[in-house]
Write a protein that binds this ligand. Structure first.
Ligand code: ADP
Length: 190
């Protein structure tokens, strides 16, 4: 069992890299952003609850997010491992993930973090917003709000995983293939 947390600010390239890593290491990819967007699109109960937060670039409350993540994990009892993308984003979520995995005799194997400068990332998101249809990518104020959420609530997780010797920063600037290689180097050496 290998459980990787893919970490990085909005626009850092988590989704792009996840597509390669899940194939290469045969992992189930869970993107909390994608699951929320699926629920929004289908106007489910969860989607109704999450919509305003997401549209404003705020984090969805922990209780909802944690429950959703657990439900996704439970759908794949026989997997060789998970690639968590966009989760955890708060200390409460990180604690919940540790507890939940422990209850199954699993654990987070490692956290790999894609690092890049904020200004580059904001430009990337505004570009993406032109075609993605995501309201949270089209307005610089909402984008900045996501960075503020990140700095306040998600950045402390670096220390959380560092303390467990599970934090591996990777330079997120370069070609897609170069970055896949950097991430693979970390994973292959775990
Ligand atoms: P990005 O990394 O570009 O911000 P995501 O697709 O990962 O985008 O997430 C989009 C939105 O979904 C977030 O801004 C937030 O509202 C919600 N979301 C995703 N994951 C979480 C999470 N772990 N906790 C709370 N909210 C989340």
């Amino acid at each position: 069992m290998i459980n990787i947390v893919l970490f990085g600010k909005p626009g850092a390239g988590k989704g792009t890299q996840a597509e390669f890593l899940k194939e290469k290491y045969n992992l189930i990819h869970i993107s909390t952003g994608d699951v929320f967007r699926y629920n929004l699109k289908n106007d489910t109960e969860l989607g109704k609850k999450a919509r305003t937060y997401m549209d404003n670039g705020d984090l969805v409350p922990d209780a909802l997010t944690i429950q959703m993540l657990q439900d996704e994990v439970e759908k794949h009892p026989d997997t060789k491992g998970f690639l968590f993308d966009g989760f955890p984003r708060t200390l409460a979520q990180a604690d919940a993930l540790d507890e939940f995995l422990k209850s199954k005799n699993w654990e987070v194997t490692a956290t790999v973090a894609l690092e890049a400068d904020d200004n580059i990332l904001v430009q990337r998101l505004l570009e993406r917003g032109k075609t993605s249809g995501r309201p949270d990518d089209q307005d610089e104020e909402k984008i900045r709000n996501r960075y503020q959420e990140y700095n306040e609530k998600t950045a402390p997780l670096t220390e959380y995983y560092n303390r467990q010797n599970k934090f591996h920063p990777v330079n997120g600037i370069g070609s897609i293939a170069e970055i896949t290689e950097r991430l693979s180097n970390v994973i292959d050496n775990l």
